[in-house]
Design a protein around this ligand. Structure first.
Ligand code: 13P
Ligand code: SF4
Length: 315
């Protein structure tokens, strides 16, 4: 038996013994996605964390995803494979400066993207993901004043879709901000019939070039339903694994970053999880996610509001 097979066997055994569930984001390495009970986007991972009957959740993703699971299911123990798995977008919104911004606009409703720390969520009225952001903004009265943070690109895109003028926090993701428009145009010349699929964390000029803009789930569903058979995918390339599994006859080309030494643009945080670390995480019950109870009690409200509005829209 190979080392990999042994790890997979041990993970399955520990999962059963400890009544654990493994949830993985689409940006995880393929072998981690393959051993997960569920693979999904940020919304799906939060929904699973809220409803699972498992005692232990191993969240193969980044820290804010583990925190969201713990906030929703405080009675469960939540682990992530590597505590260093942060998020540049969450880092672009420190809670103290965001609090000062919120306090400077007391008449505004605060909407925060799920890619934030628990402390930022505790300052928030409604959390959103890229799947439900438009529905949630649309559900508010037209004249409601809104702060949207931390992703300025997603915020600007939702402003454009909804005709709102939300006040945007100046944050961004180091992966989605660094795709090269020029290199994507060159790829398009090589694959003229390929459709461009882009995540809304990308800057507006790139979104305007795209044939479809959406969350990771939305990009996957669009490619699956499409009659086209070639796609240039402008998001973290981990999603290509599911795209190829579900659509074996179609071709998926990862979009290149500005850095010419790389052909695709990975999230180094997402790539910290490995099969070995998932195994050790289950075996040692570490590293564990903890959230201060006073923060959790505040942060759970805007997440639950998001889940309620999403459920109304069948999301
Ligand atoms: P999704 O919710 O679309 O999966 O996005 C999560 C993320 O981190 C994007 O960078
Ligand atoms: Fe955060 Fe960007 Fe990585 Fe997503 S891709 S986890 S937003 S750093």
């Amino acid at each position: 038996m190979s080392k990999k097979e042994k790890l997979i066997e041990n993970i399955a055994r520990l999962k059963k013994e400890k009544n654990a569930i493994i949830l993985a984001h689409y940006y995880q390495v393929a072998e981690v996605q393959d051993i997960a009970d569920f693979v999904g986007d940020s919304l799906v991972l939060a929904q699973w964390a809220a409803k699972t009957t498992a005692d232990i959740i191993v969240l193969c993703g980044v820290h804010f995803m583990g925190e969201t699971a713990k906030i929703l299911s405080p009675e469960k123990r939540v682990f992530i494979p590597d505590m260093e798995a942060g998020c540049s977008l969450a880092d672009s919104c420190p809670a103290d400066t965001f609090e000062a911004f919120v306090n400077a606009h007391p008449d505004h409703t605060v909407i925060s993207y799920v890619n934030t720390t628990a402390a930022v969520k505790a300052l928030t009225d409604i959390v959103v993901t890229s799947t439900n952001a438009k529905f949630i903004v649309d559900s508010l009265p037209k004249d409601e004043k809104i702060i949207f943070g931390p992703d300025k690109n997603l915020g600007a895109y939702i402003n454009r879709l909804t005709g709102r003028n939300m006040l945007l926090w100046n944050g961004g993701c180091h992966v989605h901000e660094r795709f090269s428009i020029e290199r994507i145009k060159e790829l398009k010349k090589l694959y003229p019939s390929a459709l461009i699929l882009a995540h809304p964390e990308c800057p507006d000029p790139l979104l305007k070039m795209a044939d479809h803009v959406g969350s990771t789930t939305s990009l996957l569903q669009f490619a699956t339903r499409s009659h086209h058979d070639q796609f240039i995918v402008v998001t973290e390339p981990g999603i290509l694994h599911q795209m190829r599994l579900v659509n074996p006859g179609k071709e998926f080309i990862p979009a290149p970053p500005e850095d010419v030494d790389h052909v695709y643009n990975e999230c180094s945080y997402m790539k910290l999880s490995t099969l070995e670390k998932v195994y050790r995480c289950l075996e040692n019950e570490s590293p564990e996610i903890f959230v201060d109870e006073a923060v959790r009690v505040k942060a759970v409200k805007p997440i639950k509001r998001m889940l309620e509005i999403s459920a109304k829209h069948g999301l």
